[in-house]
Design a protein around this ligand. Structure first.
Ligand SMILES: [Zn+2]
Length: 283
């Protein structure tokens, strides 16, 4: 029965498992590997809060040719946000991204509610002396470093000062110590950032600096006790040269580039736990 034998042989061949997996099957079969250990959650990128001064019903300083400070600082801050985000190393939020009024205390709360790593308020104010010009950077101080700083802070502050952070469930003595540690750490961070900003402005040949460009005063927006905070005065709207420069996007771009470098340097120094700023005399 040759035909039957042939059929049996074919049946046996079909039923037998293949000796070697065929190439197609091997590709489809999932490789058996031990499960990968779970990745540790990636820490979120640090958040920089940019605070364009004034807005809405508050025009800020009005320049010699009628330019509103609120428009100049918003344009600069939108550019700064784009520039900072391009590096991909940090997140940016703005207290206002259009022409609307934001109370001073709302600006600080905005940064605190989001756990900001840095707070940068941007202004271009006016002073009584039309000859005064140049960029400067302010950090918080109970007493102003000079008359100009004092008068600028008085102009800016229209709200009550902020209290200390709320350390609930901690005895008052410990709370006082914690609060002073937080404040000291924050003050150190603010001063470092201010120095970096001044140094970076100085590297831009077209950017003029005000004499003694790191100043101190009691600005309300700098009073978050837990976030290093600075206030940048890009120049003075009361000075004809500063006003005309600040109206130009190309000039603002130089200020923005300098601010971006300083902010990146500050955050990378904080991440590495190092400080590259050499100590200097404080006024
Ligand atoms: Zn202002």
């Amino acid at each position: 029965m040759p035909r039957r034998r042939t059929l049996l042989l074919m049946a046996a061949l079909l039923a037998a498992p293949p000796l070697l997996p065929r190439a197609g099957n091997a590709a489809q079969a999932p490789a058996r590997r031990p499960p990968a250990p779970p990745r540790p959650p990636r820490a979120p990128k640090p958040l920089v809060v940019i605070d364009p001064g004034h807005g809405g019903k508050d025009p800020g300083a009005i320049g010699v040719s009628g330019t509103h400070e609120k428009r100049i600082v918003l344009a600069a801050c939108l550019d700064l946000k784009r520039t900072l985000e391009r590096g991909g190393k940090l997140r940016v939020a703005m207290t206002r991204a259009n022409d609307r009024f934001v109370p001073l205390e709302g600006r600080v709360r905005f940064a605190q509610a989001r756990g900001a790593a840095l707070f940068v308020s941007v202004h271009a104010d006016a002073t009584e002396s039309p000859a005064v010009r140049g960029a400067s950077v302010y950090t918080l101080s109970a007493g102003a470093s000079d008359r100009l700083a004092d008068s600028l802070a008085r102009r800016e502050n229209r709200s009550d000062r902020f209290g200390m952070p709320d350390f609930q469930d901690v005895n008052p003595e410990v709370a006082r110590i914690l609060a002073s540690l937080v404040r000291r750490e924050t003050a150190t961070g603010s001063v470092r950032l201010a120095r970096k900003l001044v140094a970076e402005f100085d590297r831009e040949p077209e950017v003029g600096l005000l004499g003694n460009p790191h100043r101190k005063a009691g600005f309300v927006v700098l009073q978050a006790p837990d976030i290093p905070s600075v206030l940048v005065e890009m120049g003075f709207m009361s000075n004809r040269l500063d006003e005309s420069k600040l109206r130009k996007p190309e000039y603002r771009r130089k200020l923005v580039a300098a601010m971006s470098r300083a902010i990146h340097a500050q955050l990378s120094a904080a991440t590495l736990g190092t400080n590259t700023t050499t100590p200097s005399r404080e006024t």
